[in-house]
Design a protein around this ligand. Structure first.
Ligand SMILES: Nc1ncnc2c1ncn2[C@@H]1O[C@H](COP(=O)(O)OP(=O)(O)OP(=O)(O)O)[C@@H](O)[C@H]1O
Ligand SMILES: [Mg+2]
Length: 336
């Protein structure tokens, strides 16, 4: 593997600070990511949570360096991998990071696999291209990987085409592709939404196992608070392009500090509330070309007061060590 100059093994695995991404469209400038901050350690799972359109995938694309440009641009911030700011690298170096150090699984496995090549060929390509392996060795490694992601009869299935696999099995193939070059960071963007509930749980379990075996940092993007409870160590809750709350999983569930987090939690169906009205958050997230003044959540917030409707937006208050919330009234929210 090529050595990336400037790598500091003692620096945080991934450290995103003040990330801003905007899309310049004919309807105006959409501020999709508006000062996002988070950090990831080896072996840690960070869940990024939020409603549709809040900037989760765009954040992932910016980290991977696969943003749709134009119309999307990173306008501010740093994305440091082991101390190296990825945003300052040449495209060629960036591509190496993408292949070897930071990998991503997309929501839609079918459209990410090439229908005209066998799964084994697509996996083997990675080993041949990036590791200079022979065809035979690459095939051996591919079978190995398919076994690691628990595909039954890997030895014969390696010669099958993507359409011959079920949805869940295809997602396992995608996981195998993402892990092929032993990345230190894996970003999984809604890896299970296209699957039914039982298969979802199996895939999440597999991801968690593989992450532990490999001591990878995992960023799990989802809009489902129920999914993250079992696997995440920390959660970043995003709203309108900002991380509005970041905390350890236990704190978030026990005592949310941001009204938006609290509302998300209240919207999870619970068995002991059977028959009762499910609480949904009133209203819709704002258009990113037209974010409300002050706190972007204020029109939907039951705690909102004058201060919340005025600029500047609430800063990331330190609620406790390793815990922030962008709410002027976090003490009141957490205390309830
Ligand atoms: N290619 C694009 N062109 C223009 N605007 C875009 C583009 N991609 C994303 N955006 C803008 O960025 C915003 C955030 O999109 P993003 O895909 O990150 O949402 P998300 O949080 O991943 O939502 P979901 O849960 O639906 O996947 C969108 O609301 C949209 O305004
Ligand atoms: Mg998305």
């Amino acid at each position: 593997m090529d050595v990336l100059p400037g790598i500091d093994p003692r620096a945080p695995l991934l450290d995103v600070t003040n990330l801003h991404v905007e899309f310049r469209t004919q309807y105006g400038v959409a501020k999709a990511v508006n000062g996002a901050n988070f950090r990831l350690a080896p072996g840690e799972t960070l869940a990024i949570l939020g409603e549709s359109g809040c900037g989760k995938s765009v954040t992932a694309q910016a980290i991977m360096g696969i943003l749709d440009t134009p119309p999307g641009y990173v306008t501010q911030g740093e994305i440091r991998y082991r101390g190296v700011d990825l945003l300052k690298l040449t495209e060629e170096k960036r591509r190496k990071v993408r292949a070897n150090r930071i990998a991503m699984i997309f929501q839609d496995a079918l459209s990410s696999l090439n229908p005209v090549y066998t799964v084994g060929f697509q996996l083997g390509e990675l080993f041949r291209k990036h590791r200079g392996m022979s065809r035979a060795d690459a095939k051996k490694r591919s079978i190995d990987l398919l076994e690691q992601v628990k595909i039954p009869a890997a030895r014969t299935r390696v010669d099958d085409y993507p359409h011959q696999f079920s949805g869940g099995m295809r997602q396992r193939v995608m996981i195998a592709m993402a892990l092929a070059l032993d990345p230190e960071v894996l970003i999984a963007d809604e890896p299970t939404t296209a699957l039914d509930v039982t298969v979802q749980a199996q895939i999440m379990g597999l991801l968690a196992d593989l992450q532990q075996q490999r001591n990878m940092g995992l960023i799990l993007i989802t809009h489902d608070m129920g999914v993250v409870a079992d696997v995440a160590d920390r959660i970043s809750v995003m709203y309108a392009g900002k991380v509005v709350e970041e905390a350890g999983i236990y704190d978030i569930y026990a005592r949310p500090a941001h009204p938006y987090t609290k509302a998300l939690l209240e919207s999870i169906p619970r068995l002991d509330m059977k028959g009762q009205q499910l609480s949904v958050i009133q209203g819709l997230p704002p258009l990113l070309t037209d974010v409300p003044k002050g706190c972007a959540f204020n029109p939907r917030c039951r705690y909102a007061r004058d201060a919340c409707r005025q600029d500047p937006a609430p800063p990331a208050y330190a609620v406790a060590p390793n815990r922030t919330a962008r709410c002027h009234f976090f003490r009141e929210v957490i205390g309830e």
